[in-house]
Design a protein around this ligand. Structure first.
Ligand code: URA
Length: 180
């Protein structure tokens, strides 16, 4: 990926944002694309969305030693604009291969852009969230839980109750699977 020149976003980005957390974790979270703080530090979800994400994970006893985090797109779109469909298509094989190599038991997709890219979902996140589905990655299906993106929750704090319901669903599934 470091030597891949096929995505124009790398020309304006400072850093490639690959992943954070524990690559041996059984849970993988995938967001949309890095923002300014992520671009500066070269790590996903480190700005205010990341701080909220960490607090959300903590409510069910998770932290970055127990999950692995990445994004569909590895380079910050200029000015945080929405990635174009073409940019998403160019980056998709990388995140799919990334998931395939990590082999998580559970995939959490944050926001509608990652659900659209990876599950082919056409519904918005408010309809998709909290319903287990599956994502075809390589030759396996990965259990997938779409959740509200922390950016959405910061804009709509009244929806945090929905995120809490979804976190509880995730916790329950981890307990069923005897995952720590
Ligand atoms: N939003 C995302 O989707 N990913 C990040 O890493 C940061 C903000």
């Amino acid at each position: 990926m470091m030597s891949f020149e096929g995505c124009n976003l790398r020309l304006s980005a400072r850093n490639m944002v690959f992943a954070d957390g524990n690559p041996a974790a059984r849970i993988m979270l995938v967001g949309e694309a890095p923002g300014r703080d992520e671009d500066e530090q070269g790590l996903p979800f480190v700005g205010r969305y990341g701080q909220l994400l960490d607090r959300m994970l903590a409510t069910i006893g998770l932290d970055r030693t127990k999950v692995y985090i990445s994004n569909v797109i590895a380079w910050r779109p200029p000015g945080n604009r929405t990635p174009t469909p073409q940019e998403t298509e160019i980056c998709k094989p990388f995140i799919e291969r990334h998931i395939e190599l990590v082999q998580p038991d559970v995939l959490v997709l944050l926001g509608s852009a990652s659900c659209k890219a990876l599950m082919g979902a056409s519904d918005g996140i408010v309809r998709l969230r909290g319903r287990w589905g599956s994502t075809a990655i390589g030759n396996r299906e990965v259990d997938t839980l779409p959740m509200l993106h922390p950016a959405y929750l910061l804009r709509q704090p009244g929806q945090k109750a929905l995120a809490w319901q979804d976190l509880l669903k995730l916790r329950l599934r981890l307990e069923e699977m005897s995952l720590p």
